[in-house]
Design a binder for this molecule. Structure first.
Ligand code: P53
Length: 479
């Protein structure tokens, strides 16, 4: 056996429709949950408004106007040597309200053109079905994923796009970062994952999260089954946010706390990859009366719809400590999180931990024995454009280089099977968490600011040329 980066390794970049397409009402598109989110700032949350309000600014409405710029942008990805491009299909372009019987042809046509443009350069599309962009009508009328009917709407959407693009798209993922909602105290995470728009003090938050998550898992499994019927060559993955949770000290109660926190955060992947709820979750849900509507038929579906690979995002690790030496654990909320004194953080306070990526890869291999794809990784940072229109983003290069090195160590020294690497926000786009443009991740700079001003012009950063060389040498020259 050879433990090295495979020749056909999927180097590329990742984005999501709502964060770059803009054109929020064009081609018959309906509003999504992202279209009712205002711009926040560093440390200031985005508001989720009731419908669209005239006096508010919604950064996703125009985003970077990829809807009109995609030929130029994909050409730049091709110039970097991308083998793949991860984006999502905006559900509300295909089903503007989410519950229609017939899809919107103009929306489907946009993705025909987009995927054709990718294939022109030999770029393989990697497609997320639901990336924080549930049609807003489904939020208003059904209360999001708390309603079992959402399973049918989603599977119908999945079936339509699987059929339409069965020869254009091979790699799929069902729900982006399905496990973010584990922290159900965060309004934003509940809304983006599940279309659950709730007051902070709603006593139902926890119960609704577990119910919504269950329906999503059933919908994900059904989509996997249907997808394989439509094209047996499809590779359909799950997508989890992988944030390893370290114990703050070597105190046994802290170690145990970290283990429980990992269980409570990653059981979604157990269901999607192994086909059953892990026993610790069965015990937890039963003890807390959270097992509302899980039928015997659902359990069969979960078993039959396991994923082909595990897609995951990795940005950072987190550190947890037991409270008052109490080993009992309820959820991964902010009060358990400690600062890690051994790590520096980004300007947005995200710890920087390249070895954590190697830890994550080993952990996922230990648990699931499936191919892994790193579908997000990157550094959100402010960039400066010099007078001669250069962007010297050496901090971004340093971050990516260290993480790619950690990935290569996992492949070569630990034998972990990794099939692809798509750094997040390969072109600057609207931040999901803050709605800012100034939290930039790209190899390509986009001239647009946090208020929506700017020419929209694209510029190549230093990291553009660096990543081009990384891909060209299949990860051998990290510069
Ligand atoms: P931004 C929270 C925690 C980890 C990843 O995030 C997250 C979030 C939501 O903000 O999101 C993922 O833009 C997500 C992308 C997002 C990216 O990470 O807040 O899949 O949509 O843009 C980076 O800096």
């Amino acid at each position: 056996m050879k433990f090295s980066i495979p020749k056909d390794f999927l180097w590329g970049g990742a984005v999501a429709a709502h964060q770059l397409e803009g054109a929020w009402q064009e081609g018959g598109k309906g509003p999504s949950i992202a279209d009712v989110m205002t711009a926040g700032a560093n440390g200031v949350s985005r508001q989720i408004t009731k419908g669209i309000q005239a006096d508010k600014y919604y950064p996703n409405h125009e985003a970077i106007d990829f809807y009109h710029h995609y030929p130029e942008d994909i050409k730049l990805f091709a110039e970097m040597g991308f083998k793949c491009f991860r984006t999502s299909i905006a559900w509300a372009r295909i089903f503007p309200r989410g519950d229609e019987a017939e899809p919107n042809e103009a929306g489907l046509h946009f993705y025909d053109k987009l995927f054709a443009e990718c294939h022109k350069y030999g770029i393989e599309p990697v497609i997320t079905l639901s990336h924080f962009e549930i049609p807003y009508h489904l939020v208003e009328k059904y209360g999001g994923w708390r309603d079992r009917q959402l399973i049918d709407f989603f599977v119908h959407f999945a079936t339509v796009v699987f059929k339409r693009y069965r020869h254009q798209v091979k790699y799929w993922m069902t729900f982006n970062e399905i496990n973010n909602q584990t922290d159900y105290t965060e309004r934003f995470l509940m809304a983006t994952d599940s279309g659950l728009v709730l007051d902070d003090d709603d006593p139902q938050r926890e119960a609704l999260m577990y119910q919504a998550a269950h329906y999503e898992l059933v919908a994900s499994a059904l989509a996997v089954k249907v997808g394989h019927q439509i094209n047996p060559n499809f590779e359909i993955g799950c997508m989890i946010n992988m944030t390893p949770l370290y114990p703050a000290t070597s105190k046994p109660v802290d170690i145990f706390q970290a283990q429980k926190a990992m269980q409570r955060r990653y059981w979604f992947a157990d269901v999607q990859a192994l086909g059953t709820y892990p026993r610790h979750m069965e015990a937890f849900l039963a003890a807390n009366n959270l097992r509302d509507d899980i039928t015997a038929e659902d359990r069969i579906t979960l078993r039959e719809g396991t994923v082909d690979y595990i897609g995951f995002s990795y940005y950072n690790s987190m550190t947890v400590a037991a409270q008052k030496d109490n080993p009992e654990f309820h959820f991964v909320g902010p009060e358990a999180i400690q600062e890690n004194p051994y790590l520096k953080a980004s300007d947005w306070g995200w710890p920087i931990d390249p070895l954590g990526l190697r830890f994550a890869l080993n952990w996922l291999e230990d648990h699931y024995h499936k191919p892994l794809m790193i579908v997000e990784n990157g550094l959100g940072a402010k960039d400066e454009v010099t007078a001669d229109k250069q962007i010297h983003d050496d901090y971004r290069i340093a971050y990516l280089k260290a993480h790619i090195q950690a990935m290569e160590d996992a492949i070569e020294k630990d034998g972990v099977p990794v099939i692809g690497y798509t750094p997040w926000g390969c072109i600057d786009l609207v931040s999901a968490g803050t709605g800012q443009m100034s939290k930039r991740y790209g190899f390509i700079y986009v001239d647009r600011d946090d208020q929506g001003n700017g020419t929209g012009k694209r510029l190549k950063k230093d990291s553009f040329y660096w990543y081009q060389k990384v891909i060209k040498t299949n990860g051998q020259d990290l510069g």
